[in-house]
Ligand binder design. Structure first.
Ligand SMILES: Cc1cc2nc3c(=O)[nH]c(=O)nc-3n(C[C@H](O)[C@H](O)[C@H](O)COP(=O)(O)OP(=O)(O)OC[C@H]3O[C@@H](n4cnc5c(N)ncnc54)[C@H](O)[C@@H]3O)c2cc1C
Length: 417
């Protein structure tokens, strides 16, 4: 392998992992990040779930039928509002086309390939560096009604098909796993995924930043890349009012990768989708969750992070700004009180919103672009934390000229022609 000077644009969890693996492979690496620290955008206060079993395409079969209710439901997990944003409607149409069962299976297999690999790589990093990032083991999906449980049957059958360890539980079984679940909230049963995990994504990213720095990665904060300029031998970057050259660059700028790629003539259906979280201090540890849960009806995750609980959910297609929509916040507070009412004061939680960059089919885009020496690590959607370690390793391998350890079919830009 020839040692290269590589610039990684973006210091989210994906960029930090990429930089680490590039440096570990022997390259000279710089991370260019517009904030003052790593993990300040989508990676900042996400749900933290590393749900290999639940990481599936965003368009499960049946989505088209639900779209109308999402337009009008006040507690709908997806927020859409009538808008003339043609890019959004084009994206929604492509997204719905992906909900056909055959497409769903293909996309799900691609997602699983990178998520399972990523979980292994994360465990290796954790063991090797003795990382602590408030990790918990096991994820419990909650079904409020028999109807919810029935609708999950096809997804559960697919889990069996993919050999993902799981246990279908009745209400007592679910309460045995999470004894503090409120008795007054209707619970038909649960699906337990013992091998899934959760953890504090920004804490992990900060630890990985220290480790990456210790093996030579240079972090340039408060530096915004304005343009990528291909050069005869490498790639130029316009960073604020300065020029910077590298042999290769990896774009890991999340939702803001789109304008940088567009200027290079690369048009991708990458759309920013806002999500919300509420993080509250635990006031009563006996009444708190032990690990991570997913409320299927509201598509809301409840995660235990050390002495805090995080409730997280909602896919908001309606607004991009950092505005916190009351409707989304109300749903998070409600779900927190529904399941663990005495654990925390959710109404006084710290509320946050962030935008994940979503492709309509689901799998991320990893590796080469049509422009020489320009690589991407983008489009991880709602599973970017679960995919970060593996995506970083795969992209570092590709930049180094090595064959990745997983089959890359359907995980590269060639799927968009
Ligand atoms: C509410 C919510 C809950 C979520 N829950 C989960 C979950 O449970 N499990 C899971 O796996 N995933 C989850 N996700 C998704 C996950 O958080 C993201 O997929 C992941 O953080 C993406 O990481 P990233 O590094 O690609 O993006 P980001 O963290 O957004 O990082 C991109 C970075 O690039 C920088 N940047 C952008 N443009 C430029 C530029 N021009 N110059 C310099 N820097 C630039 C930004 O400042 C930013 O720091 C959730 C997301 C949200 C919003």
């Amino acid at each position: 392998m020839t040692q290269k000077q590589v610039a990684v644009i973006g210091g989210g969890v994906v960029g930090v992992c990429t930089a680490y693996f590039l440096a570990a492979a022997g390259h000279e690496v710089s991370v260019i990040e517009r904030h003052q620290n790593v993990a300040q955008e989508a990676s900042f206060a996400n749900a933290g779930v590393i749900a290999s079993g639940f990481a599936t395409p965003w368009a499960p079969p049946g989505v088209p039928a639900k779209m109308l209710s999402y337009l009008f439901g006040s507690e709908a997990p997806v927020m859409l509002k009538p808008t003339f944003d043609r890019a959004l409607w084009r994206w929604v149409r492509r997204w719905m086309n992906e909900s056909e069962l055959d497409r769903y299976r293909i996309n799900r297999d691609r997602i699983h390939r990178i998520v399972f690999y990523s979980r292994d790589i994360l465990r290796q990093l954790r063991d090797y560096y003795q990382l602590e990032y408030e990790q918990t083991q096991g994820v419990l999906q909650l079904f409020r009604t028999e109807k919810d449980m029935k609708s999950a049957e096809p997804a559960i059958a697919l889990l069996a098909e993919s050999d993902v360890p799981h246990q279908l539980l009745d209400a007592d079984g679910a309460r045995a796993i999470e004894p503090a679940l409120a008795p007054h909230t209707a619970l038909a049963g649960g699906l337990y995924m013992p091998q899934d995990e959760a953890g504090n994504c920004p804490l992990f990213a900060k630890r990985m930043k220290q480790i990456a720095s210790s093996i030579g990665v240079q972090f340039h904060f408060a530096s915004e890349v304005q343009a990528i300029e291909p050069e005869s031998r490498g790639v130029g970057l316009q960073i604020d009012d300065k020029k910077f050259s590298a042999d290769a660059i990896v774009l890991a700028a999340g939702a803001d990768s789109v304008p940088l790629l567009k200027a290079l003539g690369i048009h991708l259906p990458l759309y920013p989708v806002k999500g919300y979280s509420a993080t509250a201090l635990i006031k009563n540890f006996d009444q708190a969750p032990q690990a991570a849960l997913l409320d299927e009806a509201y598509k809301v995750a409840i995660t235990r992070m050390g002495n805090r609980i995080r409730v997280s959910g909602t896919a908001d297609f309606a607004s991009r700004e950092s505005e916190l929509l009351d409707r989304a916040i109300r749903t998070l507070v409600k779900v927190g009180y529904d399941w663990f009412p005495d654990a925390a004061n959710y109404a006084n939680a710290t509320f946050w919103s962030g935008a994940s960059s979503m492709l309509p089919d689901g799998p991320p885009l990893l590796g080469a672009t049509p422009i020489r020496n320009v690589f991407v690590n983008i489009g991880h959607g709602s599973s970017g934390w679960a995919m970060a370690a593996g995506s970083g390793k795969v992209v570092a391998d590709i930049v180094s000229g090595y064959a990745p350890e997983i089959d890359m079919d359907g995980l590269t830009m060639t799927r968009y022609g």
